[in-house]
Design a protein around this ligand. Structure first.
Ligand code: 2RA
Length: 335
């Protein structure tokens, strides 16, 4: 497979290269793509050096698949150019997620919606991905009525500048700011921009993307998304109300036997999911399973995942793996 990674020098792009190598994706030719200022830079993939090229050069090389993490505006402009050349684009930005003509995919949940005709496929928001991996088996078994989620999101979700701000603040160094306030020893109930309904875009992504991925607009979702000074991944406190009654032991067993999930739930021995443990892993970690004793047919749980991996790079590459497995990635056609 000729694979382009667009945004190859960013946090997620770099993670895409790492995951492609770790999962031994069938790359026959790697095409790292980045903005003008990075063209000519060298990146290493599986011990070999590759020069970063321009979008135009990458398109002319006719990749079979292009993994995008280059921001929404770049994707809106460039993804159609790749698609027109026959490349299948898997885009990590929010640009295409709510487009009714584009698929929004978490392989453990809805890979079966994909067809060979899908030339631009949207990778969901990281905080949505980890949640729907857990919701899917529970919804299939007990039918979900409503989800209330509060997130505790790593600064890596913002990018390099935010990581630098946190580390500088830790060292008492005054440097560039990614946030309007100090992030160290603080939490910011504000991710992305506020909308006219008082929610942030991040919160509305969790609401709308969940319905689209689960294929069920009847699921009510409300979210509060919060930035916290950690690195390893995003954590979420999730309250799930079902239509049907459940048995807690059955819920645990169901999750333990569902794809992409590791249950870490033994509070007697202080075993529960934490970002430091989820860091650089591809699974979604679930724990603190317990009934909501204030309301029947309702479950509380705690969900943690590495937002750069399952929340971005790995999910995108799992989509590509599915396309390869089902022979849905076509050879790039003549432009
Ligand atoms: C964040 N989910 O964590 C958003 C985008 N990566 O900032």
């Amino acid at each position: 497979m000729k694979v382009a990674v667009v945004g190859a020098t960013g946090l997620v792009g770099t993670k895409m290269l790492q995951v492609l190598a770790e999962r031994n994706f069938p790359v026959t030719e790697l095409i790292p793509v980045a903005s003008e200022k990075s063209i000519g830079k060298e990146i290493t993939y599986k011990g070999k050096q590759y020069k970063v090229v321009s979008v135009a050069d990458a398109i002319s090389m006719k990749p079979d698949v292009a993994l995008f993490s280059a921001g929404g505006s770049a994707s809106l402009e460039q993804a159609p150019l790749f698609a027109a050349a026959g490349t299948t684009v898997i885009d990590n930005s929010s640009a295409w997620r709510m487009d009714p003509t584009k698929k929004l995919v978490v392989p453990e949940v809805n890979a079966d919606v994909l067809t060979a005709e899908d030339k631009i496929i949207a990778n969901p928001n990281c905080s949505t991905i980890q949640m729907v991996v857990a919701l899917k088996p529970l919804h299939d078994k007990y039918k979900i009525k409503r989800v209330v989620v509060s997130t505790y999101q790593s600064v890596t979700g913002t990018g390099v500048k935010a990581v630098d701000q946190l580390m500088n603040e830790r060292k008492g160094i005054d440097g560039p700011k990614a946030y309007p306030y100090t992030i160290d020893l603080n939490v910011l109930p504000h991710i992305d921009v506020f909308t006219e309904n008082g929610y942030t875009k991040e919160e509305m992504k969790m609401v709308k993307e969940t319905n689209k991925i689960m294929g069920d607009d009847s699921i009510k979702v409300t979210a509060t998304t919060v930035r916290i000074p950690v690195m390893g991944g995003h954590s979420e406190s999730v309250n799930i109300e079902f239509l049907h009654e459940f048995d807690l032991a059955e819920v645990r067993s169901l999750l333990e036997n569902s794809p992409g999930i590791i249950v870490v739930d033994d509070v007697a021995n202080l075993k529960y999911p934490m970002p430091l443990d989820a860091h650089d892993k591809d699974e979604v970690f679930i724990g603190r399973l317990r009934r909501d004793e204030s309301q029947e047919k309702t479950l509380n749980c705690w969900i943690v995942a590495d937002n750069l991996r399952k929340g971005a790079a790995t999910n995108a590459i799992q989509i590509a793996e599915y396309l390869v497995e089902k022979h849905l990635i076509g050879q790039a056609v003549e432009a």
